[in-house]
Design a protein around this ligand. Structure first.
Ligand SMILES: [Zn+2]
Length: 154
């Protein structure tokens, strides 16, 4: 009878880090969202015609009911929302969007049904779940998520 080598072999793990530049298409849905951030300082969302869920960033397909979201179902959200979760980053790491300290936050924008992940740089001592925040757009924008410079506590 053969023994199963998987029962005899120690399971090992390896640690590593990857820093790799890359470029990929954000697609038509992502492009419309990012162009609106860049050119109009507007946060666009889209609504699933199947279940009514409002997504920001907009999605091509609904994550809940898998309906393809129509190109007609776009809406503009305001720039304010509520923090529903966050973590404060206090260590420096090359892949972070800004120098610490800052917070990654999940923000429930008014009118959206899903959280929007972004950063908060100031007022970290006042940051807590339920606090109201507002998007602050950067002066120079290039069609990326950090065209919103961050969210500020209102
Ligand atoms: Zn849906």
């Amino acid at each position: 009878m053969m023994t199963d080598w998987r029962n005899e072999t120690e399971a090992l793990t390896l640690k590593g880090q990857i820093k790799m530049p890359y470029t990929w298409s954000v697609g038509e849905t992502g492009s419309r969202f990012l162009v609106a951030l860049r050119d109009e300082q507007k946060i666009l969302a889209n609504r699933c015609s199947g279940c009514g869920k409002v997504y920001v960033p907009p999605r091509k397909n609904c994550a809940t009911c898998f309906t393809e979201i129509s190109t007609e179902n776009w809406l503009e959200l305001g720039n304010e929302g509520t923090v529903t979760a966050f973590t404060v980053v206090r260590y420096a790491y090359p892949l972070q969007p800004v120098a610490p300290p800052f917070a990654y936050a999940i923000i429930q924008l008014a009118g959206a049904d899903v959280g929007f992940v972004h950063i908060i740089k100031d007022g970290l001592d006042r940051l807590k779940n339920g606090v109201r925040v507002r998007a602050k757009f950067g002066i120079e924008r290039s069609g990326r998520i950090l065209d919103i410079d961050g969210f500020e506590i209102v």
